[in-house]
Design a protein around this ligand. Structure first.
Ligand code: CUA
Length: 310
């Protein structure tokens, strides 16, 4: 897993943003070097004594050149390059696209595929090489959706839906993050974008559309009973059962996800057990209470059940 995504390693439309960044860096460096050269020259020459009477300013050429013409040239280049970048980014579009709704939660990402009627969390699968339309919204505070290698940032604003497009040119796993301070776990509000070849993506889509499989193993069956009799169902949904809570992430295909806690930890049975026993230890301030009434055996059964949710 790439833990430090870089906007300077673009794998999609982010290449336009990276190009603009390099241009701004180059121009900024040139201007800085020019100013420093003038400053060094002035310092080397030495100045008049403060006691001397002020010298009259001779000629306005340097002022017009350095104060008007040069800034106009530099800022015009920046303006044209910025407009071109915006235009290039907005040209990413497709008829009849895959639409994904992303809702910012405190502090995780609710992900819906409205045309396919399922919901997941913190993991967005997309087909590679194809523009995908993302709708962003929030019912709590403002968050910001950012996948540095794929696109620029866009805010998730309560009462408003922002729409934009992302595209990954190469298959792979791209790390995204929240780029707007939204509360104590803002820095741990991450997600994955997984770009897959079309057949692999179609298979994932088909699997996600299915309700959860019924457990066959004795321990897992026992775990399912524990889950459905507990307060877990007030917040979580498992399609195909009577767990229909919608405060926390949908768990229908929990075991198929790569991470837990919005991409904080790898999804394996040990981490899942640790998370359920004391989620506040891993992610202080999140809304999930610790499972106080679970003894060791019950936790084992619950984990066996959750592992079947593939
Ligand atoms: Cu959500 Cu910062």
């Amino acid at each position: 897993m790439n833990n430090t995504p870089s906007a300077l390693d673009p794998q999609g439309a982010a290449i336009f943003i990276a190009d603009l960044w390099w241009l701004l860096l180059g121009l900024g460096t040139l201007v800085f070097l020019l100013v420093m050269t003038y400053l060094a020259t002035a310092l080397r020459r030495g100045g008049a004594s403060p006691l001397d009477p002020p010298r009259p300013v001779r000629g306005t050429r340097a002022i017009v050149l350095g104060g008007v013409i040069l800034p106009v040239i530099v800022l015009s280049i920046v303006l044209v390059a910025t407009v071109r970048t915006l235009w290039a980014l907005s040209s990413l579009t497709k008829a009849d696209p895959l639409v994904i709704h992303v809702m910012g939660q405190q502090w995780w990402w609710e992900v819906q595929y409205p045309d396919h009627q399922f919901e997941t969390a913190n993991e967005i699968h997309i087909p590679v090489g194809e523009p995908v339309q993302i709708h962003l919204s929030s019912d709590n505070v403002i968050h910001s959706f950012w996948v540095p290698e794929l696109h620029g940032k866009l805010d998730l604003i309560p009462g408003k839906t922002n729409t934009f497009w992302i595209q990954a040119d190469r298959p792979g796993e791209y790390r995204g993050l929240c780029a707007e301070y939204c509360g104590v776990q803002h820095a741990n509000m991450m997600f994955l974008v997984i770009a897959e070849p079309p057949e692999q993506f179609a298979a994932w889509l088909e699997a996600q559309r299915q309700p959860a499989a019924q457990p066959t193993d004795e321990l897992a069956k026992q775990g399912q009973e524990i889950f459905l009799a507990s307060t877990c169902i007030n917040c979580h949904t498992i399609a195909g059962t009577n767990a229909t809570g919608d405060l926390g992430p949908d768990l229908t295909h929990l075991a198929a996800r790569r991470t837990l806690g919005s991409a904080m930890i790898v999804n394996n049975i040990g981490n899942l057990g640790g998370w359920i026993a004391d989620p506040q230890h891993i992610k202080p301030g999140n809304l999930m209470p610790p499972a106080e009434n679970l003894d060791g055996a019950a936790l084992q059964a619950l984990l066996a059940y959750l592992q079947t949710l593939r």
